[in-house]
Design a binder for this molecule. Structure first.
Ligand SMILES: Cc1cc2nc3c(=O)[nH]c(=O)nc-3n(C[C@H](O)[C@H](O)[C@H](O)COP(=O)(O)O)c2cc1C
Length: 135
């Protein structure tokens, strides 16, 4: 069974602002081994990450990510069973969060991941990748 989830978190102050870019290769290799796909949005002190794949694998990674002390205030925004992946081309794509916010705030000017709909955020990430789907 395939699932997709989305969470938001805040990076700890001592983490470099380019943490995501620095670690992307490692995350990609590990995700490839576990058949996990998705996208990580970072910048402005916030992470928004979509993970998709087989339920047990994604749940396991999400549990590890929740234990990771490089970020705090981790909040699950969206969790659903899916028939097919939206991010099949990417073991972990990267989008600057400012780019995502630009898209979302066209529809919802005061969008705040901690207060607004997770479904809206995930749909915007999926829309963004449909427009920029070259791996
Ligand atoms: C915002 C954030 C996103 C992460 N995303 C991934 C990921 O996509 N894949 C992954 O394997 N680890 C990811 N990690 C790292 C995990 O939390 C954890 O450190 C890692 O799975 C442990 O792997 P290791 O035991 O091989 O070091 C992420 C960490 C943070 C803070």
């Amino acid at each position: 069974m395939l699932i997709r989830l989305l969470y938001v978190s805040k990076q700890i102050a001592s983490l470099p602002s380019n943490f995501a870019e620095i670690n992307l290769d490692r995350f990609r290799k590990s995700n490839q081994l576990n058949d996990i796909t998705g996208v990580l949005c970072g910048g402005e002190g916030v992470f928004l990450q979509v993970l998709e794949g087989y339920r047990s694998k994604v749940n396991k990674l999400y549990t590890e990510i929740c234990r990771d002390d490089r970020h705090t205030d981790i909040e699950l925004l969206h969790y659903e069973e899916i028939n097919e992946r939206a991010f099949y081309a990417w073991s972990m794509d990267y989008i600057p969060i400012s780019t995502l916010y630009e898209m979302i705030r066209i529809k919802v000017p005061d969008f705040d991941p901690y207060l607004s709909s997770g479904k809206l955020a995930i749909n915007c990430v999926i829309d963004y990748l449909r427009l920029n789907d070259e791996p």
